[in-house]
Design a protein around this ligand. Sequence first.
Ligand code: ZN
Length: 239
Amino acid sequence: MIKVTVWNEFLHERKGEVVKKVYPEGIHAQIKSFLDTEEDITVRTATLDEPECGLTEEVLNDTDVLIWWAHMAHEKVPDEIARRVADRVLMGMGMIFLHSAHYSKPMKILLGTTCSLAWRDGSRERLWCTAPTHPIAQGLPLYIDIEREEMYGEFFDVPKPDDVVFTGWYNTGEVFRSVITYVRGHGKIVYIQPGHETNPIYYNPYIQKIIKNAVRFAAPCENLRDTLECSNEPAPLEK
Ligand code: ZN
């Protein structure tokens, strides 16, 4: 079983009528609902308002892959919690940053750059698969059309990714490295660009498939799980 925690700041959905209509129970609840249909994945959620942002040592120690959606309250996540998340990634926890989480504290800590990008509202996007052999691309078509999405464009100030699994093109002319992967320490990191809160992106079966594939890709292998359980002790070479 892959244990997933979906973290959401959960503010837009409570403050904005438009967003509330798209995600009445919150973005985290919608992501949980489509991951819950997978037999090998078990999901819990956590939000900003919970004690320690819902990301206690106990929760993180019991998480194989953490999914992070945030936009308006990056600064409200205490530095200590952001560091705790980043440290868990270095020890092997998989991490998936969604959409505006590019500016989250854990992403900036892990990648070490500003993670800034060009931005404009309202474009049609075509996501081109640029790494068809990658595990995240399996079962997906050569391209995916999204009728309306916020434009995130280059230059995206991130380190050179290990893989650019999908490249976004917009009808307004821009391009973007939309689904990219990294390894930091023992942990795998995936950034996935589509997911603006006023668009029903997380109802799109192709985006759901990308996230499901990303969960399985980012999950720690069995050896690293042993390492996680015994903190910083290296895993034994033989058993
Ligand atoms: Zn957005």
